[in-house]
Design a protein around this ligand. Structure first.
Ligand code: FAQ
Length: 331
């Protein structure tokens, strides 16, 4: 499989690889998992740190748009569900930071890179959540897109990442359903509520399509990442799958996907759909989206204001270790 991909993508051919690199690629092609202390090419390690780190940052920054609605959820039940969901995202971030740490990067380094803007997080979280219906749209579309991308990643070649994905996917499915349940309630509610649901779909549709990354022709990492099975599908493949699964769900809600060109294509067996505005996507990546500044500021503040707590934990760990060492010496 690898031999067929290399030439067109300008990657190393099997003949140009060192014996170690070739043996590594053969392990990947056989479907073996790579574990933390095993030999791996430097590029593989760096790509994983970039992808897992960005993924972890997305989970953490991703708490902010929904956290915005915890105090304003319409019922106690909705508040409890939303609170649990946002806590789940924090947990996902922590599994993923731990997976990244197995590659030799510290959590402090990753945090520093997020706060300085050197590392990215998903573009979607730079859009505001303006109404309660947005909680429905985020769960339905944003978690829906996240699952579409993460289910194949359960088979990714790096063991700790793959295992984190298995657990995360179970929780993401609940998140997607709770979002769809909010959309159902709103879409079947008063005309004003239905209008809010439609408005949320209108605002989140294209940003959700952007979550899969640029179109394949502009995706710089896909070929190598797929050869290493760090990625299992191209960006366009997953985007198409998302559209095919989501359009019937919108129809069931009685809502209209904001795309006049959307049409089932019998020949292809897929929907034809309009691409998002890629200029807007690259602007958001450069830091110029509607909420980029606000999101990073919130994370930097949380980090600074949490310093006393981290210091306390470190001091306690050091004290406990010293106590244990003293007890051992006294035995
Ligand atoms: C598919 C892709 C996102 C991008 O493919 P790649 O092969 O890596 O890149 P490619 O060559 O195609 O692109 C070129 C450049 O563009 C960057 N870029 C691309 N797209 C985006 C984007 N949308 N946003 C920002 N940047 C993007 C890309 O990094 C690269 O720039 P670089 O060279 O790094 O400077 C991949 O990294 C992946 O599968 N990640 C794992 C899944 C994951 O991270 N999920 C997180 C969301 S789910 C969630 O959080 C759950 C949740 C739900 C609700 C509430 C709370 C939480």
């Amino acid at each position: 499989m690898y031999a067929q991909m290399v030439k067109s993508e300008g990657m190393k051919s099997l003949e140009d690889m060192s014996p170690e690199e070739r043996a590594f690629q053969e392990r990947i092609d056989r479907g073996e998992k790579i574990e933390p202390k095993e030999w791996m090419p430097e590029g593989y390690r760096k790509t994983l740190i970039r992808q897992i780190g960005q993924h972890a940052h997305s989970e953490i920054v991703g708490q902010l748009p929904e956290g915005n609605w915890i105090t304003r959820a319409p019922t106690l039940e909705r508040k409890a569900i939303l609170l649990a969901k946002v806590q789940d995202e924090a947990g996902h971030g922590l599994y993923l930071y731990s997976a990244a740490e197995t590659l030799g990067v510290s959590r402090d380094e990753l945090m520093e890179k997020l706060h300085s803007g050197a590392m990215k997080y998903s573009s979607i979280f730079n859009y505001p959540t303006l109404t309660w219906a947005d909680m429905g749209a985020v769960g339905w579309l944003v978690d829906g897109a996240a699952i579409m991308n993460q289910v194949p990643l359960q088979r990714t070649s790096y063991g700790p990442y793959s295992r984190a994905m298995i657990r995360i996917c179970k929780e993401e499915s609940f998140h997607q359903r709770q979002g769809y349940a909010i959309m159902m309630k709103m879409a079947q509610g008063t005309p004003e509520q239905k209008e809010m649901a439609q408005d949320a779909l209108n605002r989140f549709w294209y940003p959700a399509l952007m979550m899969f990354g640029p179109s394949d022709k502009d995706s710089v990492h896909s070929a190598q990442s797929m050869a290493w099975k760090i990625k299992m599908n191209t960006n366009d493949e997953l985007r198409q799958k998302f559209v095919d699964e989501t359009v019937p769900q919108a129809e069931y809600l009685g809502l209209t996907v904001p795309d006049e060109t959307l049409k089932w294509n019998d020949e292809r067996g897929h929907y034809d759909f309009a691409q998002p505005d890629w200029e807007e996507f690259f602007e958001v990546l450069k830091g110029n989206g509607p909420c980029n500044r606000e999101r990073l500021e919130a994370r930097r503040n949380a980090w600074e204001q949490g310093a006393w707590f981290r210091d306390g934990l470190t001091a306690y760990a050091e004290k406990s270790a010293a106590r244990r060492a003293a007890a051992l010496a006294a035995e």
